[in-house]
Design a protein around this ligand. Structure first.
Ligand SMILES: [Zn+2]
Length: 356
């Protein structure tokens, strides 16, 4: 096409078709383009070049030193809709992770360190090349083979994208995995469906949608909590992290199934965890029943010893770029630039009738 254009002057219509094709291709490629990854030039050490929030002072993940946490008795976490089985639940490979979304079902969480009610958005996973790596947060420098993030947005902010503009916009329930001898039956259909979403942007639907409770640990009393960020660009510092102490057990084969997924470029998605970030001036709280024995979770327990300053601390946030609706979903600055360039060329052609 390039050689042909140099020989004869293109007509208006052929040029228009060319530019239109560029615009369409740019838009299509943008929908699938990947502006961050976990290796090389797109890897975590380069995220800050495109998203300055990724260089903030309250980033996630972190290493939690269990000897350096503040023990507290927070009010009980109130979870609603966790036991219901949604009518439709989808599993999607978005090129960065595999995410579970529910249709017409909105579990909520409140209480604990949270002020207000938070609504389920999606859940997704982070894993590594083998069973010795994979989790994002670490406990006492221990790395788990996989980590589950259940993402909720504050209902006051209507949706996850808008919530990302507020320092208390999101909460993420994090669960670690450990290897068990036997398969976890609660994850049976889940692991089966992974085989249907090997390529990025494939979606599968559960035949028997699991309840949220089916996928998480049982002990929801013992947890660490701290203020941090999304662990993927734009790394917005808007997340109240709640990391549960009890791990979920999966067999080696079940975790291995995640490593068979592919990224946007068709490469194996063998690892998708961000390295730990400095704790800085933050204090990690540990919710325990050590002080209040025989806790009845249905009673309202007053918060004791909660460092309100650390919970309400106005974070040193930089402007959120607002490029993405929720964590782990891509957007396309490269594709967008092409679109703008092509549109400018078309406009110029119609003004001047010339490509020069
Ligand atoms: Zn995550």
């Amino acid at each position: 096409m390039e050689a042909d254009m140099s020989i004869r002057r293109p007509t208006r219509s052929s040029n228009f078709m060319l530019i239109a094709s560029i615009v369409i291709l740019s838009v299509l490629s943008c929908a699938r383009c990947q502006d961050f990854g976990y290796d090389g030039a797109k890897g975590p050490s380069h995220w800050g070049e495109q998203y300055n929030t990724c260089t903030g002072k309250h980033q996630s993940p972190i290493n939690i030193n269990s000897l350096d946490v503040k023990k507290v008795n927070l009010p009980p976490l109130i979870m609603e809709g966790f036991d219901a089985h949604p009518q439709q639940t989808n599993l999607t490979n978005n090129g960065h992770t595999v995410a579970v979304t529910m249709k017409d079902h909105f579990p909520t969480i409140s209480g604990g360190p949270l002020k207000g009610v938070y609504q389920y958005s999606q859940l997704h996973f982070h894993w590594g090349d083998n069973d010795t790596v994979g989790s994002e947060d670490m406990i006492d420098n221990h790395i788990f083979p996989m980590e589950l993030h259940v993402v909720f947005f504050k209902q006051d902010y209507k949706n996850a994208k808008n919530a990302m503009k507020h320092s208390d916009g999101l909460t993420v329930l994090a669960f670690f995995y450990e290897i068990s001898q036997d398969d976890n039956p609660s994850y049976e259909e889940f692991v089966q469906l992974l085989g249907n979403v090997t390529s990025s942007h494939k979606t599968a639907t559960f035949e028997k949608p699991p309840s949220l409770r089916n996928l998480i640990a049982r002990d929801l009393l013992h947890y660490y909590t701290y203020d941090g960020s999304l662990t993927t660009p734009p790394c917005s510092e808007v997340v109240t992290w709640i990391d549960f102490k009890e791990p979920i057990m999966l067999s080696h084969a079940q975790i291995e199934a995640f490593r068979a997924l592919e990224d946007d470029e068709g490469h194996p998605l063998t690892h998708n965890f961000r390295p730990i970030q400095p704790l800085g001036d933050r204090v990690v709280l540990y919710n325990t029943d050590e002080i209040v024995k025989d806790v009845d979770l249905t009673d309202e327990i007053p918060a004791e010893e909660i460092d309100q300053n650390s919970l309400e601390h106005e974070k040193d946030r930089r402007p959120v770029k607002g490029k993405k609706p929720h964590p782990d979903s891509g957007s396309g600055s490269i594709g967008t630039s092409w679109t703008v360039l092509a549109m400018a060329l078309v406009f110029r052609f119609y003004l001047t009738g010339s490509w020069k």
